[in-house]
Design a protein around this ligand. Structure first.
Ligand SMILES: *Cc1c(COP(=O)(O)O)cnc(C)c1O
Length: 431
């Protein structure tokens, strides 16, 4: 067993003063039956906790760290920016550079507004869609997570799903009534909502590849069917690429699946590890955002110099070196094959989903294609597996309903060690 005594004592102090001891529920190890390890530092593919244990990290700060931790060019960009002042609350050249970079990578983004988190991006995007259409209802998919704004905590994925609170108390009925839920990978479930609420639906929002009920890829044509349904019915098509943007391809899911959103929401990688989000899309729609138009949305720290410096450097590196994405694919595929051979060799009741460098091993034999099939996974077995892996120095998300992330910093040795640890851990827990 790994010694985590210092983490445990910090956690005991934390729970007294921070709800649940953590500043975001997904960081708690509650669903895997232990207290979290406290991280002291990170570099490349590795994390070190406060007890000095080393881990190979597959959480990557929940997505942003696609180049690995403490990338020297990003660290340097932040340091240089800080010397000139950490915030001005005024227009800067970096914000313009960031906007132009995003538009050059994602052609559907004709205009873009920077915010401070993915949650801010999605909540602003639906306000904008409502302003643009003059309608009030939105469609989201069961098990998709779009941040913690009221409208999205209806059959929500990620921590809400893990902790069994997909419909949070505190969300007014008047707001939840305007969120309609459809079934992921089932375009007919969307058609019937559109039929039932003609001319009432402002927006449809989706994770193009779901990461927040574990990794669930879209069926062929699912996304293009949704695109067509939205166009036919005057519904704003919002593709939430907070996780998938710059991750599954440089241009995100919209590039990989060849779809054109009306609005795209971004976060995670775009901040290089600093708190950043963005929403952007068609000029006609984005022109409604204040002060160009009447839809109000603001932010004291939006476009913050440190965050822009980190994000710009991140996007420049990704844009200038397409081999990053082929390396990510190659390494992720090798890891997937390693797991597959363990599953087949020991005939284990598991299945895997993967899109590029996003993947999940589900503790079920059924194909996981939506919320219901994801929920069929054996979370007790997952908890045992998680603990075995942690004790072997592999840091996974402490929930079955999350994706794992490969980074460009993961080495061949990391992957071999992960496969080896997985075989031991699975044999101890699944049988
Ligand atoms: C993480 C995430 C969000 C929320 O972003 P925060 O920065 O945590 O507010 C929204 N949508 C998706 C798809 C995400 O993965």
């Amino acid at each position: 067993m790994t010694n985590t005594s210092r983490s445990e004592s910090l956690f005991q102090r934390s729970v007294k003063i921070i709800p649940g001891g953590v500043n975001s529920p997904v960081r708690a190890f509650k669903s895997v039956g232990r207290s979290p390890v406290f991280i002291q530092r990170a570099r490349g593919s590795k994390l070190w906790d406060v007890d000095g244990n080393e881990y190979i990290d597959y959480v990557g700060s929940w997505g942003p760290m696609i180049l690995g931790h403490a990338h020297p060019r990003i660290v340097e960009a932040v340091q240089k920016a800080a010397i000139d002042g950490t915030s001005f609350g005024a227009a800067t050249e970096r914000e313009l550079e960031m906007a132009e970079l995003i538009a050059s990578i994602m052609p559907s983004v004709e205009m873009v507004r920077m915010v401070n988190s993915g949650t801010e991006a999605t909540m602003s995007a639906i306000r904008l869609a409502r302003a643009f259409t003059g309608r009030e209802k939105i469609i989201k998919f069961e098990g998709c997570y779009h941040g913690h704004a009221d409208s999205f905590l209806i059959k929500a994925g990620s921590g809400a799903m893990t902790l069994g609170i997909p419909d949070s108390p505190g969300v007014p009925r008047s707001i939840s009534a305007d969120t309609l839920t459809a079934r992921y990978n089932d375009a007919k479930s969307v058609t019937s909502l559109i039929d039932n609420y003609p001319n009432e639906i402002a927006a449809l929002i989706i994770e193009p590849v779901v990461g927040n009920m574990g990794c669930v890829p879209p069926k062929p044509n699912f996304l293009s069917e949704l695109r067509a349904l939205c166009s036919q019915n005057g519904i704003v098509f919002i593709v939430d690429e907070v996780m998938t943007g710059f991750r599954i391809a440089l241009g995100g899911a919209q590039q990989l699946y060849n779809i054109t959103p009306d609005i795209t929401t971004l976060g995670k990688i775009i901040g290089g590890g600093l708190p950043v989000g963005a929403y952007g899309g068609k000029k006609e729609i984005m022109s409604m955002v204040a002060p160009a138009g009447p839809m109000y949305q603001a932010g004291t720290l939006s476009g913050n110099p440190l965050a822009m410096a980190a994000g710009i450097e991140m996007l420049k590196i990704l844009k200038s070196d397409p081999s990053i994405y082929s390396r990510l694919e190659e390494k992720s595929s090798r890891l997937e094959k390693g797991f597959q051979s363990i599953i087949e060799k020991h005939n284990l009741p598991l299945m895997q989903n993967r899109v590029g460098s996003m993947f999940t091993v589900f503790f079920t034999k059924r194909n996981v294609i939506d919320y219901d099939t994801a929920k069929a996974a054996d979370v007790k077995k997952f908890a045992l597996y998680f603990n075995e892996m942690l004790n072997r120095g592999i840091y996974l998300a402490p929930s079955q309903f999350e994706a794992a992330f490969m980074s460009d910093a993961h080495t061949d040795d990391d992957i071999e060690r992960t496969i080896e640890a997985a075989e031991h851990s699975l044999l101890k827990t699944v049988q």
